[in-house]
Write a protein that binds this ligand. Structure first.
Ligand SMILES: Nc1ncnc2c1ncn2[C@@H]1O[C@H](COP(=O)(O)OP(=O)(O)O)[C@@H](O)[C@H]1O
Ligand SMILES: [Mg+2]
Length: 447
């Protein structure tokens, strides 16, 4: 603090042209801003609360050169980039600069978030701004979630594949979206496809595209999902469900960065970051010969394991309240909180469907509840006394498996054994549905 009581944080070297209110916002927060334009030379001391901001909105060649020089001369100065919507991310010079940056912001600038990022980059202890504040889509404060957030921040800027594993409903897609948003590709498309939901005979053309006349019914050329994510990120969800022939082509794409549309032998170069998600044990699938080992190694470069909800302690309360809040913002609803019995019931329950199941139960309970507080009955969970009547189950694994079996069996009955409908309701692919039925020895039609 200085004599006037304001904080003195350090110096931001702004490469580019800040707008007047951007400059004053930083100054008011306690930063000393120095603007480095085209041929202006700045003397930079390493350390000492200095942060460089690469403002790529103008894309001036002189400026890019000056930035690159400073990055080489002073490798310990942290960089943050401000990128325009239509940034030519593939220009080698721009790409190199972005790879040296800690964090990215798209125009228009979110000043409060930039202030948090600057303080983090300069190593200034935060004023209580939580990690969660700048990852609004990922709710949670438990230690296992904090570890996931730390990995997300570490992996986001690295342009390599990520394999995301975890049970169904834990937030694998949420994590992939965060990785994309925090990466240099943030302004480019994010495409998520469920490999298990693709019709088996069309997997190749869905992924890689096809030419007109490539097969019966191909009346026009179609770009595949991978090409439609050009410049951005593709998430191959339930990658374990990919048929072996598509696995070969995916491997080739990962190795060489080129693909061939069905019906055309010409190779097309496509720049896409591949992420894959699976709730299966891929190592097991490799051992059983259902998944190519070489593809597994290509995908499993950076690994992100998302913990199940039952291991996240008080995050259950946090998420339940957040889902109720969101529901209340959109619908008329009497309930504004939870009875303590309901909260205890949620803590005891093993959540086989994880966060997705929690969200669905809270939404249904919000509709059912007639008073201001949601009860365990509204959530369709056993209350304190009913719980004691349950047979003693010592192993959580056994309880979890039996709970998952029950959830699936009940859903099958509700859908009158219509597999597609049941898969839709449980938000899994049909392939997964068949696999689960086999695993739990469930009949596929009414007994
Ligand atoms: N940490 C979280 N905070 C808020 N919502 C979450 C979180 N994790 C998952 N969700 C929500 O739960 C649902 C399932 O998440 P999803 O990423 O599709 O799971 P998965 O891909 O692992 O099956 C989505 O509606 C998602 O928004
Ligand atoms: Mg998913």
């Amino acid at each position: 603090m200085d004599a006037t009581g304001s904080r003195r944080l350090g110096c931001v070297i702004w490469f580019g042209q800040p707008e007047a209110q951007e400059c004053s916002g930083l100054t008011e927060a306690g930063w000393n801003v120095r603007v480095a334009g085209g041929d202006v030379c700045v003397k930079v001391r390493e350390g000492g609360g200095m942060v460089a901001l690469a403002d790529l909105r103008q894309g001036d060649a002189h400026l890019l050169q000056a930035m690159q020089q400073l990055m080489t001369d002073c490798p310990s100065v942290p960089w943050i980039a401000l990128i325009p919507l239509d940034m030519p991310a593939r220009r080698p010079q721009v790409k190199r600069i972005l790879q040296g940056c800690r964090d990215f912001f798209s125009a228009p600038l979110d000043l409060p978030r930039l202030l948090v990022a600057l303080e983090q980059a300069a190593g200034i202890p935060s004023r209580g701004a939580e990690v969660a504040t700048d990852l609004p889509e990922l709710v949670g404060r438990s230690a296992p979630v904090a570890a996931v957030v730390a990995s997300l921040r570490k992996y986001a800027p690295i342009d390599l594949p990520v394999l995301i594993t975890g049970e169904t409903g834990v937030g694998k897609e949420v994590a992939a979206r965060v990785l994309h948003r925090l990466s240099i590709r943030a302004m480019q498309p994010f495409v998520a496809i469920n490999c298990g939901a693709l019709p088996p005979n069309l997997v190749q053309s869905e992924l890689f595209g096809h030419e007109r006349g490539a097969f019966t019914g191909a009346t026009a050329r179609r770009i595949g999902h991978i090409e439609s994510a050009a410049g951005g990120t593709i998430l191959l969800d339930e990658v374990g469900d990919l048929p072996l022939d598509a696995q070969i082509n995916l491997l080739r794409f990962l190795q060489e960065g080129v693909l061939q549309r069905v019906g055309n032998s010409r190779s097309v170069e496509v720049d896409v970051r591949v992420m894959a998600a699976t709730h299966l044990d891929l190592e097991h699938a490799v051992a059983a010969g259902r998944f190519r080992e070489d593809l597994y190694y290509r995908l499993n470069v950076l690994r992100l394991q998302i913990p199940p909800l039952r291991e996240r302690g008080d995050d259950v309360d946090l998420l339940a309240h957040r889902f109720l809040e969101r529901f209340r913002a959109r619908q008329v609803c009497a309930a504004s909180g939870f009875e303590s019995v309901a909260l205890r019931a949620m803590h005891r329950y093993p959540w086989p469907g994880n966060v997705r199941e929690l969200r669905n139960r809270v939404q249904r309970a919000a509709v059912m509840a007639e008073g201001p507080l949601i009860s365990a009955t509204d959530l369709a969970l056993p209350g304190d006394t009913e719980e004691r009547d349950l047979p003693a189950v010592t192993s959580l694994g056994v309880f979890r498996a039996s709970a998952e079996r029950e959830v699936i069996a009940a859903c099958l009955r509700e859908c009158r054994f219509n597999i597609s409908e049941c898969a839709r309701r449980l938000q899994v692919s049909r392939v997964t549905m068949y696999r689960l039925c086999k695993k739990y020895q469930l009949e596929l039609r009414a007994p």
